[in-house]
Ligand binder design. Structure first.
Ligand code: C2E
Ligand code: CA
Ligand code: CA
Length: 864
């Protein structure tokens, strides 16, 4: 017993096996009949005397009865009420058993042949009928003994013989069907009992009448036939009308059931298959629904054999039946309809079928098909085609609706997921996270401590800028893969911004939350291989721990954000939120917007701090330093707004603005002091810009000054980073001098330093301002000066706040000095005044001893 749809290979062998079984069955039938005949019937004589003239009448009567049987149908099955036993009764009484059997067999066989059913099936049916007839004959002869047919005994013999014969007939058909198909199909027993009873009643009465007529003479029998044929036809007509009515009723029921089918496409399909099979009392129902383009040459197929279950197959080729339906529309399929149909049926393993179009797609029609009525020797007819077509067109509406609903449901689910998750990492997005947060907070006890960890990748913009967005995306996905698994036991991990991830931890405390933050940083910091590049990605984490009852999602996130800002400024990269940090952080947050506006509106100012030659005391250059005076915040120092600009991506516009402004000034001032230089600070971020050199060259062009008027200050660490190496070389080739700012605070490798094309070292002010003869700071300043000497570079000391420091620097051999003692950063006009106040620049001695009064006299007027 198999419900699997056959593959072409095993379908062939299955058919061969079925043919073998049919052959064996026929042989069994023949053998049984031969046995009966030889054992019991060969010597029997007709009780009413031999009337060979009745042979054609029995044969024709059988033929007519088979061909014009009256069908009885209901939802489960269709049964044929055949009156074949009536002519047989005549045969029993007036023909020898051999004559009677051949007449019945011939009549039955011819009737079947004209219906053009498969030969094996016809043979089987005719033999089965003949066998049961043979048994009936044996019983008849046993019961009637030597009595005449038209006596009480004769009538009893007819009744007994027919009852056995009819029961046998049904059994043989059912068993034969099961044996031949090798499949257990439940015979509709109740209906068969009804049919058997009806058959028995009508045929017994009819048979007795026919025998009685025959006893009068041949003509009387013909007259009987003459009356019964129109009566039979009338019966059939009435039945057809009833059938049509019943059919409509059944169709209505089926359609309603399909309409009420719940669920998706598949549920509707299986209800439809069941209804189609019952409606046409068929053994098999199958459906093929084409898929959407570009898979429209394929379909979803489903097949129901008997009581089921329904077997689904996705992406099946539409096949021969589909092509046939495309050409013919709703149709009856039978082998006799031609080679193509025969092969289409064979392909599916059916003998006959009704197929109607269903849900036609762009490249061919789908179809609904029912096939093989198992217990009825009756094929499908036009009526069946119409009914199935009606069922299909109704089902199609429901099916399309259900497919649509299913699609809509699926799309809605996808859209919902997309709306709540980040496409790149698959983590919940910000909206989803805040919703989850709200939900979780409500579910927790008010005193339960919850933590939010806000993680921000360090220098992610650099990855994007230098390696491209694709790599940036890969980095983000990898980070998500690493921190994603933290989501366990109520912990939620989400991506809430470009390079920002957030972790919500319920039921925790400060120490545990900080430990988790450290864990997250460690996970991210592990070397990362993206495409072919090995990267080290750092992260900062802002942590806030609060009682669930006294906070909300918004507070948690903004506190974590404030802590993150703090963390960015710290070396350990983690910060726990506190109220105090809150105020400064808030100020910074609101400052970003204001800073952007200030840069756009040109509201920043550039001040210039004088730089003097230590030997001659002459004013040789200046450092341009940005200043920001804000209505609300007051004066904001660059130590505060420069890191802010760097984080907010505002540092580039600020740098280009400073460069343009400073170059414009130096162009003007060079008319007063031709060798004057201006130093502009360059942030590490600007150094990694791919077109930095072009931008600097452009600024020089615009200002119309030669490159030697400009000095770019870079911090030690940015100078040492390999990334800017190319830019550094290109800038120095352009003729722009480079200074290493804040020297001594980084960890320069002296061997690398030697290879860098820089012009100046600026000793960090922290060493200079605190140096005393013999202390560590002095030792550092001394060695920096020696290194510069050794490398043949200029050395400038920053943070010169006293006369003593200046003298000390002179003694150590420092080239230039800058500091409050020599001059604070001042607006351009004030600086210009300093330049004008400087006595005759040209021809001054290059250097003088530190203690010489001449030297001191030449110093610009210090402003303590
Ligand atoms: P820096 O490049 O080291 O600039 C020198 C800083 O030392 C200036 O602080 C200056 O006012 C201060 N200073 C000068 N002489 C003395 C002194 O005798 N004693 C003390 N204690 N300080 C002195 P400022 O102007 O606040 O600048 C701070 C930092 O901001 C600068 O450090 C620089 O890194 C950055 N910065 C300022 N303007 C710009 C700019 O236009 N672009 C960039 N990228 N950075 C800038
Ligand atoms: Ca500087
Ligand atoms: Ca500096």
């Amino acid at each position: 017993m198999s419900t699997e749809a056959p593959t072409p290979g095993n379908r062939l062998s299955a058919r061969a096996a079925a043919a073998w079984r049919a052959g064996i069955w026929i042989a069994v039938l023949i053998a049984a009949m031969a046995g009966l005949y030889v054992g019991r019937l060969a010597t029997a004589h007709p009780p009413g005397g031999e009337h060979l003239a009745f042979w054609p009448m029995v044969a024709i009567g059988t033929w007519a009865a088979v061909g014009h049987g009256v069908p009885i149908r209901d939802r489960k099955a269709s049964l044929q009420l055949a009156l074949t036993e009536i002519p047989m009764v005549v045969g029993m009484a007036y023909l020898t058993p051999l004559q009677a059997l051949t007449a019945a067999f011939v009549g039955h066989f011819v009737a079947q042949v004209t219906s053009r059913r498969p030969v094996l099936k016809i043979l089987n049916n005719s033999l089965a009928l003949s066998l049961s007839f043979a048994v009936g004959l044996v019983v008849y002869h046993l019961v009637i003994g030597s009595a005449r047919p038209v006596t009480f005994m004769g009538w009893t013999a007819v009744a007994v013989a027919l009852s056995i014969q009819i029961v046998l007939n049904f059994s043989v058909v059912v068993f034969g069907a099961i044996f031949r198909t090798w499949r257990w199909a439940y015979p509709p027993l109740r209906d068969m009992a009804v049919q058997a009873g009806l058959n028995f009643a009508i045929c017994t009465v009819g048979g007795i009448l026919a025998v009685s007529m025959a006893s009068v003479g041949t003509w009387t029998l013909l007259m009987f036939a003459g009356v019964s044929v129109p009566a039979g036809l009338g019966w059939r007509k009435a039945d057809t009308a009833r059938r049509r009515y019943n059919g409509l009723e059944k169709l209505y029921t089926s359609v309603r059931r399909i309409d009420l089918a719940e669920g998706g496409e598949r549920e509707v399909m299986s209800v439809m298959l069941e209804e189609a099979r019952l409606l046409l009392a068929a053994g098999v129902a199958a459906v093929m629904v084409p898929l959407e383009p570009p898979l429209d040459h394929l379909g979803l197929s489903a097949r129901l054999v008997g009581e089921g279950p329904v077997v689904y197959r996705e992406a099946q080729p539409l096949g021969a039946v589909s092509r046939l339906i495309a050409a013919k529309g709703p149709t009856l399929l039978h082998r006799r309809h031609g080679k193509e149909i025969a092969s289409a049926l064979a392909e599916q393993g059916y003998t006959e079928a009704v197929a109607v179009p269903l849900c036609s797609g762009t490249s061919g029609p789908g179809y609904l098909l029912v096939a093989d009525r198992p217990f009825v020797h009756e094929g499908f007819d036009k009526e069946d085609v119409t009914m199935l077509a009606a069922l299909a067109s109704n089902a199609e509406v429901v099916l399309r609706k259900s497919a649509l609903l299913e699609k809509l449901r699926y799309e809605a689910a996808v859209r919902d997921h997309e709306a709540r998750h980040d496409a790149l990492t698959g983590l919940p997005n910000r909206e989803n996270f805040t919703a989850l947060l709200r939900e979780r907070l409500l579910a927790l006890a008010p005193s339960a401590a919850v933590a939010v960890l806000l993680i921000d990748l360090d220098g992610f913009k650099n990855v994007n800028d230098t390696l491209g967005h694709q790599m940036g995306d890969m980095v983000l996905a990898e980070v998500a893969r690493r921190v994603g698994p933290l989501a366990q036991g109520g912990t939620v991990v989400a991506r809430v911004g470009g390079d920002e991830f957030v972790v919500f931890v319920p039921g925790t405390d400060d120490a545990a939350a900080l430990a988790q933050a450290a864990q997250a940083r460690a996970l991210i910091a592990k070397p990362m291989r993206v495409a072919t590049v090995e990267l080290a990605v750092g992260a900062s984490v802002g942590v806030t721990v609060e009682a669930a009852g006294r906070t909300d999602s918004q507070k948690l996130l903004s506190h974590a954000d404030i802590a993150l800002h703090q963390a960015k400024l710290r070396s350990n990269g983690t910060c726990l939120y506190s109220e105090g940090a809150d105020r400064t952080a808030l100020r910074r947050l609101s400052m970003v917007g204001e800073l952007r506006r200030a840069i756009e509106d040109g509201a920043l100012e550039l001040h210039y701090q004088p730089v003097h030659d230590v030997g001659s005391g002459r004013l040789i250059s200046c450092e341009a330093l940005a200043r920001w005076e804000h209505d609300k915040f007051g004066r904001v120092g660059p130590d505060e707004f420069i890191p802010l600009a760097e984080r907010a991506g505002l540092i580039d516009p600020l740098t280009w603005w400073a460069l343009d402004t400073a170059l414009g000034q130096v162009k003007h001032w060079r008319e007063l002091v031709p060798e004057l230089k201006v130093a502009v600070n360059l942030s590490a971020r600007s150094l990694s810009r791919p077109n930095l050199v072009d931008l600097v060259a452009g600024a020089l062009d615009r200002a119309g000054v030669s490159p030697d008027a400009l000095r770019l200050e870079l911090t030690e660490s940015s100078m040492m980073a390999a990334r800017g190496k190319q830019a550094i070389h290109a800038l120095s080739e352009l003729g722009v001098a480079l200074s290493i700012d804040d020297f001594g605070t980084g960890f320069s490798s002296l061997s690398r330093l030697r290879r860098l094309p820089f012009a100046e070292l600026k000793v960090d002010r922290s060493f200079v301002s605190q140096m005393e003869p013999g202390n560590d700071d002095e030792a550092i300043v001394r060695s920096v000066i020696e290194i510069a000497r050794g490398l043949d570079k200029v050395v400038t000391a920053e943070g010169v706040e006293t006369r003593a420091t200046l003298d000390h620097l002179y003694a150590l051999g420092c080239d230039a000095a800058q500091g409050y003692y020599l001059g604070r950063p001042v607006p351009a006009s004030a600086y210009e005044a300093l330049l004008l106040a400087q006595p005759c620049p040209a021809g001054a001695p290059a250097a003088a001893p530190a203690d010489s009064p001449q030297h001191r006299g030449r110093m610009a007027t210090p402003r303590p």
